[in-house]
Write a protein that binds this ligand. Sequence first.
Ligand SMILES: [Ca+2]
Length: 350
Amino acid sequence: MGWFQKTGDFISKHHKGVKIACWSIVSVCFVGSVAWAAFGGGEFSEDSDTSNEVKGFIKGTELVYTSSYLDGDAFSFDKDTSKIRLVAKDPEIETIVNIDDLPASEYGFMINDSDEYYQDASSITMSGLVKSVSLVSRVYRNLKTELPVSVYKLSPSATFASSLLMEAETADLYAADGTLLSEEDKATLPNTSKPYRSDKGEITDGAECSGGAAIRNFSSGMKFEFQFVSSKAIDLALSIKACLRPASVNFDDGYSITVNGQSLLTEAVIPGGTGYYTPYTLPDVTISAQKGMNTIVMSYNKSNPCNLDALSLTSSEDVLSDKSALILENEDEPATSIDSSDSVMEDSSL
Ligand SMILES: [Ca+2]
């Protein structure tokens, strides 16, 4: 819950000058708790003088919502699990609001920066017209934070099957600085002798791998991104196809995997073998696919990785397709990232 700290007119007259001092008090006095009764009691009326705009911010310290939609889906935001922080300075009152865990009734959503307010996420229907969704304070409608969303429509040529193979050599590969490598990069970097694609360069290898190639020679900080489409929310079996190394390794020691942002451990031990291109399929692990676009990220944070060959997905139903099954409908959304840190000073606009 929140609290009030009386600061009088001093803040409204000197708000820049007292910013640091004010936040120091906020930090120290965090345990006070008289604000909530006042918050619900009309002191924060919506018809405040709009010529003196309320300053502050609203943001998620924990955000649980679905970012990928098919045209016609309802917007999905988990108010039970999410944790929303509101800080506001209303020039009409001599108090600062600092609420660490805003109750569900006190925030909602707006789309495309229009004035219409939605208390419940499920009352928003996602379509190509929804360019942005904002989390917004119920009382202070100018305090909002962007929730990036993608809305897709089904490609007319899409087909769905019970299995899907995604080759590492055709996945999106990112350099340690976050740059997405081109197909030419994958065939020429880090050197033309043994580039990332094992079937390219002066020394080719991996012909026995799935698709006749693996990704090799990659280094700490790099990552793969695989995307696939599921026509429904469903559990899937994921098989990771890698290559042996001479010595046994714990796969999770170097590879970190997320599925739609959720961490995944394989707990697999890769046995030692001959060379660096002998295919080896890890035991299946179960993952939860969401309806629509799904993203698996595999980042590597050590040296000398097992070469990566492919990912294989298997379902009990015909629900799987590659990412070309969906066409992005709501392009031109603002490029806004979510800051989930809890630093007051960074985001304060008081
Ligand atoms: Ca392969």
